[in-house]
Design a protein around this ligand. Structure first.
Ligand code: CP
Length: 369
């Protein structure tokens, strides 16, 4: 038992004895407890401040959608309420239903969306390009390194100027989070975060949509993420906790998700951060992983070694519920973060997940552009 386990155990005992909530104490804990290399948080028995209220309001199946949002931009899931997430998922469901019968609402007719991408992409690019076409719109694909941004032009000048050309929305891919926010501050048109250093909101919205489709509900499910505490892990914490899904992240010391995101997620739901794969996966309805080394990161041998115990194998899947599904945002490396028997096996829903990027992106564009 490490120091933080001891600490949280003491807090839990005090909380159980009526001495205050874990979350409240956690938030005023000295910084040393949150050293990214060593912290573990238990909220499973915390039910005071912060836990989102259970009940019809948080059950997507009892929610009545209006198919609209008050949001101007889509930057991070932290900005959305559970209801706003439900609105997007219901809209994606509608678009998927239409797509399946060969129908498409031309809601982007006469509109053009700019796709300003800073790195390579298959799913994000194709799902946006096809989605925009299917909605009757047009797009401009702008590789960042072919714009003046690559030669030092400011975010302000780029954002203000792009807004003057009549674009309906601007999708950013692979920008630092600070720059995504700066774009949104200057842009007259909606800015959509197609992945940033710390966040992959569209991916996780598509993932929640996929879980809802496959499991028939979201609340009271448990998702276990195994591996690098990267942008996908951060967004899973935020997305799951907002919709009342429990989320457990198993990462080696030094590769935990962002402390700020964990703290925020704990305000909404049950978040477990651990270095123990079995503790995370036990009882999970969904087991999720991502590549060991994210795009644009150095091919880091030390990191790969530390992550070697964090693979999703058939043995790991056996620890989850019998009807658990396997998810991966892709691209995947069989034999590294996931065994081929798992990703190509009967529990895998990775291609549904990838397809749903299309329907989800269409929903977001229809609501914002
Ligand atoms: N998951 C994802 O963002 O895929 P791409 O990198 O292919 O866009």
């Amino acid at each position: 038992m490490n120091r933080v386990h001891e600490y949280t155990k003491g807090v839990r005992e005090r909380a159980q004895a009526g001495g205050g909530g874990l979350c409240a104490v956690f938030l005023c804990t000295p910084l040393e407890f949150f050293d990214k290399t060593c912290y573990t948080v238990y909220t499973d028995d915390f039910c005071g401040r912060g836990r989102a209220p259970h009940g019809d309001a948080m059950d997507i199946n009892k929610y009545t959608p209006k198919f609209k949002t008050a949001q101007k931009h889509l930057l991070h899931l932290a900005d959305l309420t559970a209801e706003e997430i439900f609105e997007i998922l219901y809209t994606a469901k509608l678009f998927k239903k239409k797509y399946r019968v060969g129908e498409n609402a031309p809601v982007l007719k006469g509109k053009t969306v700019a796709l300003l991408f800073g790195n390579a992409s298959t799913r994000t690019r194709v799902s946006f390009e096809m989605g925009i076409r299917q909605l009757g719109g047009d797009y401009i694909f702008l590789p960042k390194n072919e714009t003046q941004l690559a030669r030092g032009e400011s975010i302000k000048d780029t954002a203000v100027m792009l807004g003057r050309y009549g674009l309906a929305a601007l999708v950013l891919r692979a920008f630092p989070d600070e720059q995504v926010i700066e774009f949104s501050e200057w842009s007259e048109v909606p800015v959509i975060n197609g992945i940033s250093d710390r966040s992959h909101p569209l991916q996780v919205l598509a993932d929640l949509f996929t879980v809802w489709e496959v499991k028939g509900r979201l609340d009271d499910l448990k998702l276990a993420y195994i591996g690098d505490g990267n942008n996908v892990a951060n967004s899973l914490i935020m997305g799951c906790s907002k919709v009342n899904m429990d989320v457990a992240i198993a990462s080696p010391h030094g590769y935990s998700p962002d402390r700020e995101v964990v703290e925020r997620g704990m305000q909404y739901g049950n978040v477990l951060i651990t270095d123990d794969v079995a503790a995370a996966v036990r009882g999970a309805d969904v087991v999720y992983t991502d590549v060991f080394i994210s795009m644009n990161d150095e091919d880091d041998e030390r990191k790969k070694q530390k992550l070697a115990r964090y693979r999703v194998t058939p043995e790991v899947m056996a620890l989850a519920k019998e009807d658990a599904v396997f998810m991966h945002c892709m691209p995947a490396r069989r034999g590294e973060e996931v065994a081929a028997e798992v990703i190509d096996g009967p529990q895998s829903i990775v291609y549904d997940q990838a397809e749903n990027r299309l329907h989800l992106n269409k929903a977001v564009l229809a609501m914002l552009a």
